[in-house]
Design a protein around this ligand. Structure first.
Ligand code: ACO
Length: 428
């Protein structure tokens, strides 16, 4: 196969190099398109065909349902590794040995204390504030509290920002939750591991001794590992784009949290439960809602179904589904919404509309169900996703920085008015 892509326009031929990735993915390198053609650009709304970078972090094949981080299968990582082990792998490229993992964990613990003045910012939010908005704002505020850590050219400072963010982010998430609940703010406990610590900060109240539950911990750790990275999705591309202007890690991740919030992305796990509740309130007629989703004149979509990249199955959804069944059985959860979820899943998977369009339950369909069974409030679902995704955002931001990638600045096709004369107010 020739490694040249040819483009012909108005009788002239232009040649472009073709790059082949380690998994034989093929990309036409159009970096010189505009320059060599005298201004032609590509148009690709939603970036369905556009690679924004070269990356060594995550490989996914949506047709075959493959997801690997740094070459390791997600199925292995979810079952055999700890959250911080996978985070180290994703961020630094190799599985850590015992000493490297201990150092990473200790560096994170050392930096987990959050400045007391951040509580003043938290105080300013209404109690009803959505925790994703609060988390995004508090994460951005870290830039102000650690202004010395904004040199994005120093590997040392980047490492320091990474450990600070990994340590403080779960604390800020737990504080956003406490704000909603009206409960006192918990601090991290360095005698606990990352996941136990997160759960303790989420659930502990001063009046009752906190006791961890190993079933909840295992389910939570697996869920968060499954969310760690997913290559150039909306929030990750946001983090890379913001970081490409040399904004700090904290500012870039804060933007990623905002991008994740939307219901077409990370907010889908909350939207799934809200949809199941709505179906229940409406009398539980699953077919009615399936028909609504199929109706082109109705904006309703089945939340938790479909994926931009996975068109056969979402490998994370398979792992989560298994673990959802186990968790529900072990915790003895009896929730009518879950029955609706099962019925919806079975009906949609048999329906020609969903089969033909390759719309399968995605990771968010099941994650919402597990979070609910674990007692996490609905508004916190996307926050849990953000905690899981943090190492991926960091890894992608670090890779972008170390590759010295140029500032991201897409082009556009202008379709507005051509030049016209100013019309004075009296004549409009
Ligand atoms: N319910 C009903 N129809 C759907 C759904 C759905 N959930 N998803 C896609 N379709 C239909 C569309 O109407 C469209 O039909 P058409 O070809 O007749 O116009 C076709 O399937 C393709 O849909 P697109 O929106 O073009 O697919 P795209 O790849 O752009 O979108 C997305 C993917 C955003 C995930 C979409 O499937 C969706 O909105 N799903 C529901 C929200 C959701 O679960 N998001 C979580 C994604 S996973 C994550 O972010 C972690």
């Amino acid at each position: 196969m020739s490694n040249i892509g040819i483009f012909e326009f108005q009788g002239k031929k232009y040649e472009f190099p073709v790059e082949i990735g380690t998994e034989n993915e093929i990309a036409i390198d159009i970096k010189k398109l505009r320059g060599s053609t005298g201004g032609i650009i590509t148009l690709d709304p939603g970036f369905k065909n556009t690679g924004s970078c070269k990356s060594k972090i995550t490989f996914l094949n949506g047709e075959k349902g493959i997801l690997r981080h740094r070459g390791y299968a997600i199925e292995d990582l979810a079952k055999k590794a700890s959250f911080l082990e996978v985070a180290y792998l994703i961020i630094f490229g190799e599985l850590p040995n015992k000493k490297q993992l201990e150092k990473f964990e200790n560096d994170i613990k050392e930096k987990s204390l959050v400045d007391e003045e951040i509580k003043d910012i938290l105080d300013g939010f209404p109690r009803s504030a959505h925790p994703m908005g609060v988390l995004s704002a508090l994460t951005a505020s870290l830039t102000a509290f650690h202004s010395h850590l904004t040199d994005v050219h120093s590997e040392e400072e980047i490492y320091s920002s990474i450990t600070r963010l990994m340590g403080k982010f779960p604390v800020l998430a737990a504080w956003a939750h406490a704000k909603n609940e009206g409960t006192p703010l918990n601090y991290a406990d360095n005698s606990l591991d990352y996941i136990d610590n997160l759960l303790m900060m989420m659930y502990k109240i001063p009046t009752t001794p906190y006791k961890g539950n190993p079933v909840i911990k295992k389910a939570m750790e697996e869920l968060l590992i499954l969310h760690q990275d997913h290559e150039q999705n909306c929030s990750t591309s946001t983090v890379r784009l913001v970081g490409s202007s040399h904004a700090s890690l904290f500012a870039s991740i804060s933007a990623g949290v905002s991008a994740l919030w939307g219901p077409l992305h990370g907010g889908a796990n909350q939207a799934v439960i809200e949809m199941l509740e709505a179906i229940k309130e409406d009398g539980g007629d699953v077919e009615k809602f399936i028909n609504k989703a199929k109706d082109k004149n109705d904006p309703f979509r089945l939340m938790g179904f479909g994926h931009r990249v996975y068109k056969n199955f979402d490998p994370r959804a398979l792992i989560i589904k298994e673990s959802a069944d186990a968790v529900l059985a072990e915790l003895g959860v009896d929730d009518p919404t879950l029955e609706i979820a099962k019925h919806l899943e079975e009906t949609a998977l048999k329906d020609p509309y969903f089969v033909e369009k390759k719309l399968f339950p995605n990771v968010d369909f099941y994650s919402g169900i597990i979070y609910r069974a674990l007692g996490i409030p609905v508004e916190m679902f996307t926050v849990m996703f953000a905690i899981g995704r943090l190492p991926g955002w960091i890894a992608q931001w670090r890779e972008m920085r170390l590759n010295s990638e140029p500032i991201g600045r897409p082009r556009q096709l202008y379709i507005g008015e051509t030049k016209r004369d100013y019309v004075p107010m009296s004549k409009r």
